[in-house]
Design a protein around this ligand. Structure first.
Ligand code: IPM
Ligand code: MN
Length: 372
């Protein structure tokens, strides 16, 4: 299969981790006889520096033409002042809007090997497997917003249409049919008109999916239940702003945000990205965890229908966790951690030598992993 992949590594650790994902994709291409063409483009602070625009037109064009997009991270402390007119984050919002990437899927799984890293108790999180379906192109993020001239008041309008709600709802219910047949709609329908529209629309659509159970939770209550009993959830369906908060909260369950990957899907385009940000403190040090980016590549392959290939990446990631070939965020400061690039090397070697389970292969990488 010939696939064009737009690569937008962005800022901070974005380029380092995206490079490891590219290594994994190259290994997949080699083994399964595919041709992956990478088209690099700029986004975020680095794009502002070069062009004055966090999302140059050329980047939008490259993304639109590609079969899929691999995104790294954006953000630079230089632009932390929210009063600045041009900021890197604007690029992401604009890209979502331009490509109509309305469906954000955040899979949250408790990896057995990482349960010890989570601040939550083992018996609470073991076996957790959630898919968060977050609406990504509507709501308060994209409503009219203004600060008054005197600076004493401001507003952000939250609005949704039935169409915007329906298209995501169908995807969430279809996903539930291939999972544990349960959808939890999270809203604030005790207070917000938009939430009441969500509840009405989703309840109506649920009638078309008789095999799926629909449950309703208010956002505040859901935030509590997610940590008290995450195993109760299967598919979470929610609007943009609530989904943003719930997704970060759920990342704690996985034991490391360094492993969470997400998809943002539209009718014509799809973007795959780590959930983590640009992590400026780690930039250029070869210490950042590349697994979220590598798993984003797996989601990308899955989206293209390359299931076996996606599986090969996921197995390699599992193996790196089993063998403890992991970065400092997982291993802890005082133990021998592997560098970002070494984890990437291991993953690509493992994909290339899938059948080779001999001790030698294992030792080579275990050896490497002790050298920082
Ligand atoms: C995310 C991020 C973005 C969001 C920011 C960077 C605009 O937090 O992808 O979840 O709020 O959607
Ligand atoms: Mn977020």
């Amino acid at each position: 299969m010939k696939v064009t992949i737009a690569v937008i590594p962005g800022d901070g650790i974005g380029p380092e981790v995206t490079n490891q994902a590219k290594k994994a994709l190259n290994a997949v291409a080699d083994i399964y006889n595919h041709v992956f063409i990478f088209k690099e483009a700029q986004i975020g602070a680095c794009a502002i520096e070069e062009t004055g625009n966090p999302l140059p037109e050329e980047t939008i064009e490259i993304c639109k033409k590609a079969d899929a997009i691999l995104y790294g991270a954006i953000g630079d402390p230089k632009y932390n002042d929210p009063s600045l007119k041009i900021r890197p984050e604007q690029a992401l919002l604009r890209l979502r809007q331009e490509l109509d990437l309305f469906c954000n899927i955040n899979p949250v799984r408790a990896y057995d090997q990482l349960i010890k890293n989570s601040p939550l108790k083992r018996q609470i999180i073991k076996g957790t497997d959630i898919a968060i379906y977050r609406e990504l192109t509507g709501g308060i993020y994209f409503g009219k917003k203004e600060i008054s001239r005197d600076g004493n008041s401001a507003y952000d309008v939250c609005s949704y249409t039935v169409d915007q709600i329906s298209r995501l709802t169908h995807l969430a219910f279809k996903a539930a049919q291939n999972r544990k047949n349960k959808v939890t709609l999270i809203d604030k329908s005790d207070v917000l008109a938009t939430s009441r529209l969500w509840r009405k629309t989703v309840t109506e659509i649920a009638k078309e999916y008789k095999d799926v159970k629909l449950e309703h939770l208010y956002a505040d209550n859901a935030a509590m239940k997610l940590i008290l009993n995450p195993k109760k959830f299967d598919v979470i369906l929610t609007e943009n702003f609530i989904g943003d908060i719930i997704s970060d909260e759920a990342s704690v369950i996985s034991g490391s945000i360094g492993l969470l990957a997400s998809s943002s899907i539209g009718n014509d385009n799809a973007l795959f990205a780590p959930v983590h940000g640009s992590f400026p403190e780690a930039t250029g040090k070869d210490i950042a965890n590349p697994l979220a980016s590598i798993l984003s590549a797996a989601l990308l392959l899955e989206h293209l229908g390359l299931h076996e290939e996606a599986d090969a990446i996921e197995r390699a990631v599992e193996k790196s966790l089993d063998l403890n070939i992991t970065t400092v965020d997982i291993k802890g400061e005082n133990k021998y951690a592997a560098a970002t690039s070494k984890v990437g090397d291991f993953i690509s070697d493992y994909i290339l030598n899938q059948e080779d389970s001999n001790l030698n292969f294992k030792n080579i990488h275990m050896g490497q992993s002790t050298i920082i």
